[in-house]
Design a protein around this ligand. Structure first.
Ligand code: NAD
Length: 264
């Protein structure tokens, strides 16, 4: 299975540091022979991302702020000039004002609602459109989502609405690009301790609750999310598109806490 991604080139968007889900995915893809390009958001993240990219022999490391279409265009202009063709993309980008990731969803401001939707939802569509332009022999795209899209999670608030839109985008994009052999899927990861995860108020309680109550009695590792991404980005999943694949130790199937939890 070593060369599963051999000869494939792809773009990884959303590494902030070595705790990032995108880093877990990149590592796994590189282990299986993929050639990678990375983007980073601003110079401060750039200083962390460049040494990581070097570790996996990345050919390109480019700045990109998805709030700015020109910044996205510039990444794809460079990729077109350097590589010509693209086989896969990983979109692992999300943001909302942390002051609104607590309290009532109903109090979300118009300004933060729009900004959250642009960064966490629309950016995937814009990036998918640019990437599809470089996928002439088919390809595979994934984004990262969370179960707060379909069920209410404390403090997840407007991010839940953005993730619901993102998951619907996966289905529409899969239908748009399916005739060209381009597959589009989402990974719904369970809670992982990352920079973005820490922005959600009281996230640590949800993390330990899942450890006690998910069928596998654990939270997921970067390596486990990476493994599922490898499946979705390789030919192993050649018949799969438009899917939201849960990588959450099974938490989404339970309707109640464990008996041990209820009796605590
Ligand atoms: P992270 O903080 O490591 O990554 C988030 C990334 O988003 C960062 O690299 C950041 O630079 C990038 N980003 C934010 N705004 C941006 C902008 N304007 N332009 C370009 N990049 C921008 O955290 P993570 O948890 O690895 O998050 C990756 C994805 O996984 C996010 O979509 C997140 O919602 C999703 N997710 C996270 C969890 C979790 O528990 N951590 C669970 C399910 C899904």
């Amino acid at each position: 299975m070593d060369g599963l991604m051999k000869g494939k080139r792809g773009l990884i968007m959303g590494v902030a540091n070595d705790h990032s889900i995108a880093w877990g995915i990149a590592r796994k893809l590189a282990e299986h022979g993929a050639e990678l390009a990375f983007t980073y958001q601003g110079d401060a993240f750039g200083r962390r991302v460049k040494p990581l990219a070097e570790k996996v022999g990345a050919s390109l490391v480019l700045p990109c702020d998805v709030e700015d279409s020109a910044s996205i265009d510039s990444v794809f202009d460079t990729l077109a000039a350097e590589w010509g063709k693209l086989d896969f993309i990983v979109h692992a980008i999300g943001f909302s004002d942390k002051n609104e990731l607590k309290g009532l969803y109903a109090d979300t401001t118009r300004e933060n609602f729009i900004r959250t939707m642009v960064i966490s939802c629309y950016s995937f569509t814009e990036i998918a459109r640019k990437a599809a332009g470089m996928m002439n022999d088919g390809g595979s795209m994934i984004t990262l989502t969370y179960a707060g899209s379909v069920r209410v999670m404390p403090n997840y608030n407007v991010m839940g609405i953005a993730k619901a839109g993102l998951e619907a985008s996966v289905r529409y994009l899969a239908n748009d690009y399916g005739p060209r052999g381009i597959r589009v899927n989402g990974i719904s990861a369970g809670p992982v301790r990352t920079l973005a995860g820490a922005g959600i108020s009281d996230a640590r309680y949800m993390y330990s609750y899942q450890q006690r109550n998910a069928p596998l009695r654990k939270t997921v590792s970067l390596d486990e999310v990476g493994g599922s991404a490898l499946y979705l980005l390789s030919e192993l999943s050649g018949g799969v598109t438009g899917e939201i694949h849960y990588v959450d130790a099974g938490y989404h199937i339970v309707s109640m806490p464990t008996l041990e939890e209820l009796k605590r």
